[in-house]
Design a protein around this ligand. Structure first.
Ligand SMILES: Nc1ncnc2c1ncn2[C@@H]1O[C@H](COP(=O)(O)OP(=O)(O)OP(=O)(O)O)[C@@H](O)[C@H]1O
Ligand SMILES: [Mg+2]
Length: 249
């Protein structure tokens, strides 16, 4: 069998025995997991446990020491730049800050990622309107980012990701810094995006309410290893001090 073939037809991300260190500091040790098409996988882990490094390794932004990473059957750690770029086009990131352009309006922020694509201006505006509707921001298209609340900025960040029609969305702490009500709205929005756009997501979060709302499956990273994997309910029952610490709120 071809080595690059994933074990299941529905497996779209397959991480096998991933090891990553910086100098003599081992960050990730023998990490293995799979993500099925359409799934939301939540990754929990305390600060510094290697969650952001893991995502960067998956997308090929950081070289790995050993193991194998497949996205859509492309072996990321063996791919050339054009293969990497092809896969990266399918991946949208939601950064913690939203990474907005403060001197551009909401609408201009949205059209910006399309500027190099051969898409007519009119179609760009239509696409922008569609995603603004999806994230509930259609009424504020002419506002500047400085006029938006934290929750609105997250929504705009998400709209900017969606306009590129990603197959995957990697969320790095999507609700951090938001009040519980706004945080819940963003979590619900993440679920409606999963349904509407059929996206597959990795969600890094410390927010257990967000995890509860969005996770189809969860994975806990500890000391560079996968400590445990399972549903929110399964993990909430576990008698393990590290896991219990996340659920003890
Ligand atoms: N480019 C780098 N060079 C050297 N060390 C790095 C580099 N990037 C990350 N690290 C180290 O790897 C470890 C994991 O970092 P990472 O950013 O993945 O943590 P994290 O789990 O995302 O934490 P947080 O929840 O605070 O965002 C940290 O000890 C960090 O200092
Ligand atoms: Mg991080």
């Amino acid at each position: 069998m071809d080595e690059s073939t994933s074990s299941s037809n529905n497996t779209v991300i397959d991480v096998k025995h991933l090891c990553k260190s910086f100098g003599d500091k081992q960050i990730l040790q023998d990490i293995s997991f799979q993500i099925t098409k359409g799934e939301n996988l939540v990754i929990l882990g305390k600060s510094g446990s290697g969650k952001s490094v893991l995502i960067k390794c998956i997308i090929g932004l950081l070289p790995i020491d050993s193991g194998k990473i497949l996205i859509n059957n492309t072996v990321m750690n063996e791919a050339n730049l054009s293969q990497l770029n092809e896969v990266r086009k399918a991946v949208g990131f939601l950064f913690q800050s939203g990474a907005l352009y403060d001197s551009l309006s909401v609408m201009e922020n949205l059209v910006f990622p399309l500027r190099r694509k051969a898409i007519l201006k009119r179609d760009q505006l239509l696409a922008a309107e569609e995603v603004l509707k999806s994230v509930g921001l259609i009424d504020i298209a002419d506002k500047m980012p400085s006029e938006l609340s934290g929750g609105m900025r997250k929504r705009l960040g998400l709209a900017r990701t969606l306009i590129t029609k990603p197959q995957f969305i990697f969320y790095d702490e999507p609700t951090t810094g938001l009040d519980p009500i706004t945080s819940n709205e963003i979590s619900e929005l993440m679920n409606s995006i999963q349904q509407q756009f059929k996206t597959t997501s990795i969600i890094i979060t410390h927010d257990m309410a967000c995890a509860h709302t969005t996770a189809n499956r969860m994975l806990v990273l500890d000391e560079g290893k996968v400590l445990v994997e399972g549903s929110f309910d399964e993990l909430s029952q576990l008698d393990n001090e590290t896991v219990k610490a996340f659920f003890k709120i």
